[in-house]
Design a protein around this ligand. Structure first.
Ligand code: URA
Length: 204
């Protein structure tokens, strides 16, 4: 949006963008979510990690990646020697989308309209922070950044370039690994994810 032109110092107006986002009605997800979950981390970070959308815990706390997927991500980052505190962590969609099943709120996938509406905030964050690398964690983040041409299964482990964006490292979403934890290939899949995350180090 024209009200958030990047000039000057990286990260300078991020707080103002965040405050404006709190009142976002660009799609309907604000109606049922508890909090808007904006990105978190150093406003001048060199690396921005992008997830899908907040989960149940994140919605309640108003902070990204603090639930089970976040803990798993933290472990994998640590194993890859990446200091999360030196990254800015955010999501493609900033309100929790869910269906109610009994007492539980089950995550449901954001649709294209919601991803597009919210990409406005993601691009404002990126314009402010001006990172050297963006990490797309899974298909929703990748679609928000690069559109439908990029594919996680084909492009994971690669760093893609596009106009008006920093280089984008493609990898899977940590929740995908949480779901397959009991399977025979789980350790190998996790190792592959960690290896992909190791590429971040060159940009930190
Ligand atoms: N999954 C995400 O994609 N983002 C979060 O913040 C939490 C879980």
């Amino acid at each position: 949006g024209p009200e958030f032109e990047s000039g000057g110092e990286p990260g300078k107006d991020l707080g103002a963008i965040r405050s404006t986002a709190e009142n976002c009605t660009r799609c309907d997800l604000y109606r049922t979510a508890t909090h808007l979950v904006f990105g978190e981390g150093a406003a001048d970070a060199n690396v921005v990690l992008v997830g899908e959308q907040p989960g149940d815990k994140e919605d309640l706390a108003g902070r990204p990646f603090i639930g089970p997927a976040g803990r798993f991500l933290d472990d994998c980052l640590e194993e890859a020697n990446i200091d999360r505190t030196r990254c800015y962590v955010t999501n493609a969609v900033k309100h929790f989308k869910f269906t109610v099943r009994g007492k539980r709120r089950i995550h449901s996938k954001p649709n294209l309209g919601e991803i597009r509406a919210c990409a406005w905030w993601l691009s404002a964050e990126l314009r402010m922070i001006q990172p050297s690398l963006v990490v797309a964690l899974g298909a929703t983040a990748l679609h928000a950044l690069l559109g439908k041409d990029a594919k996680v299964t084909r492009d994971r482990g690669r760093i893609l370039s596009a106009q008006d964006l920093p280089p984008v490292l493609v990898t899977i979403h940590p929740s995908a690994l949480l779901r397959t934890r009991g399977r025979p290939d789980a350790a190998q899949d996790r190792q592959r994810f960690v290896n992909e995350l190791r590429q971040i180090e060159d940009y930190l």
